[in-house]
Design a protein around this ligand. Structure first.
Ligand code: NAD
Length: 499
């Protein structure tokens, strides 16, 4: 990092400027171009970041190549030990790193200091533990035999979204590094600092220079990564539309891809459910991280027999228990949206909901809390009288906007829940164990919860059905998506040749 006057600010104001992180250290670009990063809770520019120009891009590839040579030659147990040191540092610095995330994203500190860093560290720890357990197979074929080796892919790239910046960087780099790959990560241009902190921590832990590099910039830098012929895989988190561009671009060099995309997930509440618990799940799945969570259950289908009870409790708790304000205040449990542009987009959906005939149960406005008057807040919003054709019910909003729908029949609600091109997550609340599994098995979604919502432990694979994604993150299976299998045939007898 260096400190200088940012070009687009008053000359007297100095803003930190972060460089790209290449080959174990910060590296200045040649173009001198930067972009500004704003704290969404104050609307103020907090630092600037240098854009990865051609010089940086070439340096990142050269760095990752030599990092890969060194890292892949180490034994898995050596890699595991080093990664576990990084895990320990992440946990030691939890509060400092949580503050980075709070300032970049606008989310409440009471979430970031117990979820964001911890869930990132958990995933690196999980894959570090698995690294030495990667085994091949061997089999006799007649008197010859073959064996297989799990080899790393080479250089992998990660492209992140802005809602869980450091966690996303950990979820992508954890399995990649454990399998012996080098990595080039591009965080979202809205939240670029967490990945830099992770890069510094990897170096401090003993990960060789060049193994984890961070390049900064917007979509054009992301696109460069997806089309580069020296990059073997790209793991992307972001919108469905961007994901399609990434897959198309990666196809040019036949890269492997993992796609973690958007959702419009249903939560089905049956009339035998614990309603208090179901309301808790609905609120967590719509208002946690002010609604900016990909798996959010933004379509809540409630059985007609418990509908009134459900919405009464939902309205009371939403109006009484949510505290919007300065995200650094530990009492705040509802933060600011990522940007003014996103606040406007979320409000445009609120207005569409009203125009298309839904009724506001609560919320529906922007907020200007006394402790953060310039932040980009939208009130926790619940629509009732919704139908499946409304824009607010069909499209991902990625903000605190919940739609409640009524149902009567189990088969019908399953059909309605599946009536979308997305399939990231789904949930069911019922006290009937047979119904719980019967229904969940018919829902077209990759991440499902029964009498729970949102938990995503490192051990559990996560990813989308339909247009919500390709491949999985976390869980044992993900490690193997960062490896390729080499089969080695061993001849034990003389070759019989007709030539
Ligand atoms: P986005 O698609 O706008 O951007 C994501 C990343 O892609 C950013 O780093 C951006 O710079 C980069 N990018 C943009 N254009 C690109 C291109 N042509 N080629 C390569 N990279 C490009 O998404 P966002 O607004 O940052 O994030 C919100 C979205 O992410 C939501 O749709 C949300 O559901 C999704 N999301 C999904 C998951 C999941 O695990 N499934 C997790 C978090 C967020």
């Amino acid at each position: 990092m260096c400190i200088h006057s940012s070009s687009n600010m008053e000359p007297s104001v100095t803003t930190p400027v972060y460089q790209n992180f290449i080959n174990g250290h910060f590296l200045a670009n040649k173009s001198g171009k930067t972009f500004d990063v704003t704290n969404p809770a104050t609307g103020e520019v907090i630092y600037a970041v240098e854009i990865a120009d051609e010089f940086i891009q070439n340096a990142a590839i050269a760095s990752a190549k030599q990092g890969f040579a060194q890292w892949s030659a180490m034994s898995p147990i050596e890699r595991s030990r080093i990664l576990l040191k990084a895990v320990a540092i992440l946990r030691e610095r939890n509060d400092e790193l949580a503050l980075v995330e709070v300032l970049d994203t606008g989310k409440p500190m009471q979430e970031a200091n117990c979820v964001d860093i911890e869930t990132g560290a958990d995933v690196i720890e999980f894959f570090a533990g698995l690294a030495p357990a990667q085994v091949g197979q061997q089999q006799m074929v007649g008197s010859d035999f073959y064996y297989t080796r799990k080899e790393p892919l080479g250089i992998c790239a990660g492209i992140g979204a802005w809602n869980y910046p450091l966690q996303i960087a950990c979820w992508k780099s954890g399995p990649a590094l454990a399998a012996g790959n080098a990595f080039i990560f591009k965080p979202s241009e809205e939240t670029p600092l967490g990945a830099i902190k992770l890069a510094e921590i990897f170096v401090e832990a003993g990960v060789p220079a060049g193994v984890f590099n961070v390049v900064q910039g917007a979509g054009d830098v992301g696109q460069w990564l997806t089309q580069h012929t020296d990059i073997d895989k790209v793991s992307f988190t972001g919108e469905v539309g961007t994901g399609k561009k990434v897959v198309a671009s990666a196809a040019g060099s036949l890269k492997d891809v993992t796609m973690e995309l958007g959702g419009k997930s249903p939560l089905i509440v049956f009339d035998d459910a614990n309603i208090e618990q179901a309301v808790s799940a609905a609120m967590l799945g719509n208002f946690y991280t002010q609604g900016e969570v990909c798996t959010n259950c933004t379509r809540i289908y409630v059985h007609k027999n418990v509908y009134q009870q459900f919405i009464d409790e939902l309205k009371t708790r939403t109006e009484q228990n949510i505290i919007a304000g300065d995200p650094q205040d530990l009492n705040t449990n509802f933060g600011a949206l990522i940007s003014k542009k996103h606040q406007d987009l979320v409000m445009s959906y609120v207005n569409k909901g009203i125009a298309e005939g839904a009724t506001l149960l609560t919320g529906g406005t922007t907020l200007s809390p006394a402790s953060a008057p310039n932040g980009y807040f939208v009130a926790p919003t619940v629509f009732i009288d919704c139908n499946d054709d409304m824009s607010i019910v069909k499209e991902e909003i990625f903000g605190p906007v919940m739609s409640v729908l009524v149902f009567d029949d189990e088969d019908d609600v399953i059909k309605r829940a599946n009536g979308t091109h997305l399939g990231l997550a789904a949930g069911v609340f019922t006290s009937d164990i047979k119904r719980a599994h019967r229904v969940i098995h018919q829902l077209q979604a990759g991440i499902c919860w029964i009498n729970a919502y949102g938990n995503s432990p490192a051990e559990m694979p996560v990813g989308g059905y339909k247009q919500s994604g390709i491949g999985r993150e976390n869980g044992i299976e993900t490690l193997y998506t960062y490896t390729q299998t080499k089969s080695v045939y061993v001849g034990m007898t003389d070759i019989e040749s007709p030539f």
